[in-house]
Ligand binder design. Structure first.
Ligand code: GLU
Length: 460
């Protein structure tokens, strides 16, 4: 007779084999899509304990279905540049999972965008959106268009062409895009205008991240960065720490980074470094956020210009060097895989206490393993950066009800949502025997809601 423990061990081995089989299928079915494979592996590996406990998820084929997008759209985006030359880019929208609501997720304009990037982002979005508790499914889109150096009119023509095709597949109850890297309020405005013209109707809820004057939500712009800091603050509080008096490094200088810096500063932290794709600035006196906002939100300039106004600061070429700046808290808020094993080692040897991911999948798997091994508090992107899409869902709610909440009302709801995500992730990590492992906790909490909904809705 086998003991209970032995039986559990065999069971875990079976589930591990099953998961490894699935991962092999993902690799052979999506060859060369390394980012997508990475995102799926991270989630599936962490689901093993929940599958051991609830074999129904295996019996009902939930995993086979959740790793395959419901729909993937690829399209041509032709546009005319300022010299009258025809340019062609590639557009994507992945409609990954609609079990708990219309597909929801941003649009990214960046030369690195391809099927793998869009699918990894769409896959992550399923679990992130589920964690928010809001009724939103997972989707993502984008184009390999590079907005850098383009005129305003070129941006407008590109956005219009992109939307001319995308408009066939989206709508307030089907799929609701928003911004991401390279797509902010200006681009959303141009896309919304084109959608409205094509449909001949004012469907405010078709896009989020809109301008405040025509259906946007107060607090949406700040939501991702603020939300990341709210999550990390909860995590720190449980261990008797806080942002107050801490030294913080925040990579990036886009929307997520700027508002993560702002909230960290409001909570009493000193932010000493931030970056863009050319390199990073280090200011031992603390970053002057007004200067960064002026450079990045208004003048569209490179981050090295900062040192002209603040001679006490320095600029270093190359972005990954930012992780060698000693800090108590590191917030990677730039892009995927920006923080690898070596960076994690340096952060740990410099005594980092907490890492919170504002970007999507900024840490490599090896880097995450190091943080967990060395007991660094680690807030994974799906949980820590869910504030942006959460407030997008609040924007949809306001649009449906034709009302507008005050910034205080939105911020209060955001704080509540981030605290709930923290609690859910912590509870699940404890329930599955890895207390404080928010990677496992967030993946399980996000998965269970979607998986149960998929089972209830039958095999579709
Ligand atoms: N792009 C953001 C994210 O990664 C926001 C998506 C949204 O608001 O729909 O979650």
């Amino acid at each position: 007779m086998k003991t209970l423990e032995e039986l559990q061990e065999t069971q875990t081995q079976h589930v591990n084999d099953y998961v490894n089989n699935l991962l092999e299928t993902v690799e052979s079915r999506n060859p060369n899509e390394l980012e997508f494979q990475q995102a799926v592996k991270e989630v599936l590996d962490s689901l093993v304990p929940v599958l051991v406990k609830n074999p129904t998820y295996i019996q009902k084929g939930v995993l086979e279905r959740i790793i395959e997008p419901e729909r993937m759209i690829t399209f041509r985006v032709p546009w005319v540049d300022d010299n009258g030359k025809v340019q062609v880019n590639r557009g994507f929208r992945v409609q990954f999972n609609s079990a708990i609501g219309p597909y929801k997720g941003g649009i990214r304009f960046h030369p690195s965008v391809n099927a793998s990037i869009v699918k990894f982002l769409g896959f992550e979005q399923i679990f992130k959106n589920s964690l928010t508790g809001q009724p939103i499914g997972g989707g993502k889109g984008g184009s390999d268009f590079d907005p850098k150096g383009k005129s305003d009119m070129e941006i407008m023509r590109f956005c219009q062409s992109f939307m001319t095709e995308l408009s066939k597949y989206i709508g307030p109850d089907t799929d609701v895009p928003a911004g991401d890297i390279g797509v902010g309020a200006r681009e959303i405005g141009y896309m919304f205008g084109q959608y409205k013209k094509i449909k001949g109707a004012y469907e405010a809820g078709v896009l989020t991240g809109k301008g405040i004057g025509y259906g946007g939500s107060l607090g949406r712009k700040e939501a991702t960065g603020y939300g990341t800091v709210y999550f990390v603050e909860e995590m720190l509080k449980d261990k008797g720490h806080s942002f107050d008096q801490s030294t913080v490094v925040v990579s990036g200088s886009g929307n997520v980074s700027i508002y993560a810096m702002e909230k960290a500063m409001q909570l009493g932290a000193k932010v000493v470094a931030c970056s863009d794709s050319s390199g990073y600035i280090y200011d031992p006196n603390g970053i002057n956020l007004d200067t960064v906002k002026q450079l990045k939100e208004v003048d569209n300039k490179r981050i090295h210009e900062y040192v002209k106004e603040h001679p006490g600061a320095s600029f270093e070429i190359g972005c990954s060097g930012i992780w060698s700046v000693p800090c108590d808290i590191a917030l990677p808020c730039a892009t995927q895989n920006e923080l690898d094993k070596e960076d994690a080692d340096i952060l740990v040897s410099n005594g980092v206490k907490a890492v919170g991911e504002g970007a999507n999948m900024p840490s490599s798997q090896e880097a995450i393993d190091i943080f967990l091994e060395k007991d660094v508090l680690f807030a994974p992107a799906k949980a820590a950066n869910a504030g942006g899409v959460a407030v997008s869902a609040l924007e949809m709610a306001q649009n449906s009800a034709r009302i507008a909440w005050t910034v205080e009302e939105v911020d209060e709801k955001l704080q509540e949502i981030m605290k709930n995500i923290y609690r859910k992730s912590l509870d699940q990590s404890e329930a599955y025997g890895v207390p404080g492992n928010f990677v496992v906790g967030a993946n399980i909490a996000g998965f269970v809601r979607v998986a149960d909904a998929m089972i209830e809705q039958g095999v579709i």
